[in-house]
Write a protein that binds this ligand. Structure first.
Ligand SMILES: Nc1nc2c(ncn2[C@@H]2O[C@H](COP(=O)(O)OP(=O)(O)O)[C@@H](O)[C@H]2O)c(=O)[nH]1
Ligand SMILES: [Mg+2]
Length: 182
């Protein structure tokens, strides 16, 4: 099953693919240089030294019959033209959100809705993140009540795995609803 790991710049996509993957993830990380000043916004993530130029790829086996292939999306707006092909065949997505910079993930959410990819929202908790009520975040992101919102630490394998399990449950719930309404 193909799963997208999406979200704004610096929300933890590469970190999540790396922490959860069973294989050494294929990444195409490049050192951020002066050349990206003005195009990549580092507010709140000043110590970010690397950025994903194309995409991250990883793989995790959930059980004997379910293998997830994880595709991290590039965060920078100038790579969005790549997105159409990237979503082909994706059964679901995780949209990572940094609650200090909610707006950075707006476009990723829009893109999931536009491409009809079911998703869960994962709030990646940073040391200075405030503890907002989930409903407030749901309102701010303008997502419907049936979309799960979970918290996580993208650096932690078990926590990242829990997010993927939440996504699988969400996909199962959706298909159950679809069967009932037939
Ligand atoms: N404290 C904390 N830092 C994180 C977490 N996830 C990612 N980071 C750091 O935040 C920065 C951005 O993460 P990265 O995975 O490169 O973001 P991406 O642009 O979405 O791929 C990196 O320096 C990470 O080490 C987290 O859960 N907690
Ligand atoms: Mg990245």
């Amino acid at each position: 099953m193909k799963v997208m790991i999406a979200g704004g710049f610096g929300t933890g996509k590469t970190t999540m693919v790396r922490s959860v993957s069973d294989i050494k993830p294929l990444t195409t990380e490049e050192t951020l240089t002066q050349a990206s000043v003005g195009s990549d916004h580092l507010i709140g993530i000043a110590d970010k030294a690397e950025t994903t130029v194309s995409l991250d790829f990883g793989k995790i086996s959930i059980n004997d019959s379910l293998m997830l292939y994880l595709f991290g999306t590039p965060g920078q707006e100038r790579f969005w033209f790549l997105w159409n092909g990237l979503f082909k065949g994706a059964l679901g997505a995780v949209v990572l959100v940094d609650t200090r910079r909610l707006a950075s993930s707006f476009r990723a959410i829009e893109e999931m809705e536009r491409q009809n990819v079911p998703f869960v929202v994962a709030l990646n908790v940073f040391p200075d993140s405030k503890d907002y009520p989930i409903d407030e975040i749901r309102d701010a992101l303008d997502i419907s009540p049936h979309i799960p919102v979970v918290s996580c630490d993208a650096r932690d394998r078990a926590s990242s795995r829990d997010v993927l399990v939440a996504l699988i449950r969400h996909l199962q719930d959706r298909s159950a609803v679809a069967l009932e309404s037939r």
